[in-house]
Design a binder for this molecule. Structure first.
Ligand code: SAM
Ligand code: SF4
Length: 361
């Protein structure tokens, strides 16, 4: 049964619902297929994106996130340009290939200009050899274009859920948290020339298996270039904490997360898929398990250690105390254990994006 579904050229929503409900034995068949697809379409290389958590200052108030503006617990910080350039150089010298710079959402003129200057500084310090992913929330198309012109080539903006009703259970219902605007931003990013990344959280309160199947269909319909998606992990200082007793157990959220990665690899064969840190927050081998079933990107955290405690999106965030190079060494050994190799010194751009740019190649 599972085999015949998996042999289809295109999976339907009903197929995906069925596969998401697969039991332990059937799961292994899905994982095997996903591993084959990965090997055939993107190869067995895993690319590093050195993750810099630039600032936890955020103007938004998402109900799930530990650094939401309404939470007064974290000490708010912003890394200086020098601190960022230093860790960018670390990534470059260690042949990481790419950086991912993530922040809370700020859209002031000063911030937009600061990011432009910062991109210039990073490129100067690293011989323009690093691919740069930004994850800085919703901005105007003009801002996205300017950052692209200053050398950012990828942008990650998760839709969080493709179900509009669920979206509004996770966010305040106001003009700063508009579902339509978030989708419009993804279109703006595409028009500006980026490799466009998005993703969802898995195991949210009120979320159904049907919602997750819809998320997979939505990612395919949006023809997205890269995806970062992982389990929702609750945080005590957030409004969604009140629903913690309605959540699936962490282990089930983890298994669903792994299944979502495998199914996404099967339906979107040549995109980049990240093994998110939230997987490792639940299972110490979480990211490796994600790599085995289709992920081909990992994001070792290179934020200076003193700030990491204040960028807590959820409970149990891993590598809180590790120096950046400990993370690199432990990750490399772990990736080798999966049978994959690290694409050192390679940017590892999305094959899907490349094919869209040059359809005849
Ligand atoms: N502020 C930007 C944005 O929201 O797009 C980028 C940074 S934001 C912290 C990055 C991602 O963290 C969000 O898109 C969300 O999916 C994830 N996140 C936040 N809280 C989480 C939680 N409790 N569990 C799992 N992921 C979470
Ligand atoms: Fe801010 Fe992003 Fe967290 Fe929402 S998810 S509160 S935009 S940092």
């Amino acid at each position: 049964m599972i085999e015949s579904i998996l042999s289809k050229d295109e999976l339907t929503r009903e197929d995906l619902v069925m596969l998401l409900q697969a039991d332990a034995e059937q799961r292994n068949i899905i994982y095997k297929k996903a591993a084959q697809v990965k090997e055939q379409y993107v190869g067995r290389k895993v690319y590093f994106r050195g993750l810099i958590e630039m600032s936890n200052v955020c103007s938004k108030n998402c109900f799930y996130c530990g650094i939401r503006s309404g939470n007064t617990s974290p000490k708010r910080y912003s890394l200086t340009d020098d601190e960022i350039v230093d860790v960018a150089k670390f990534a470059w010298e260690n042949k990481y290939g790419s950086l991912a710079i993530q922040t809370g959402e700020v859209d002031t003129k000063e911030f937009v200009l600061r990011v432009e200057r910062l991109l210039d500084k990073i490129h100067r310090a690293t011989n323009s050899e690093l691919g740069i992913t930004l994850s800085m929330g919703e901005q105007t198309e003009e801002t996205y274009r300017r950052w692209f012109e200053h050398g950012a080539s990828r942008y990650l903006l998760r839709i969080e859920t493709s179900n509009r009703n669920l979206y509004y259970k996770l966010h305040p219902n106001d003009k700063h948290h508009s579902f339509e605007q978030r989708i419009e931003c993804l279109h703006s990013l595409r028009r500006a020339g980026y490799q466009v990344g998005t993703g969802v959280m898995i195991g949210l309160p009120f979320q159904t298996i049907g919602d997750l199947a819809d998320d997979l269909m939505w990612l395919r319909n949006m023809d997205i270039d890269m995806v970062g998606m992982g389990p929702y992990v609750e945080h005590p200082d957030t409004p969604l904490w009140q629903y913690r007793n309605q959540l699936l157990p962490l282990e089930e959220r983890f298994n669903l997360g792994i299944k979502m990665i495998a199914l996404l690899r099967i339906i979107m064969k040549d995109i980049n898929i990240a093994a998110p840190t939230a997987l490792q927050a639940i299972d110490p081998l979480g990211r490796e398990k994600g790599i085995k079933v289709g992920a081909n990107v990992v994001m070792p955290n290179i934020t200076p250690g003193t700030y990491r405690n204040d960028y807590k999106l959820y409970d149990n965030k891993p590598c809180m105390d590790d120096a950046a190079d400990d993370c690199k060494n432990c990750l490399e050994a772990r990736i080798h254990l999966t049978g994959d190799e690290v694409g050192y010194g390679e940017q590892g751009n999305s094959m899907h994006y490349r094919k869209r740019q040059m359809p005849n190649v």
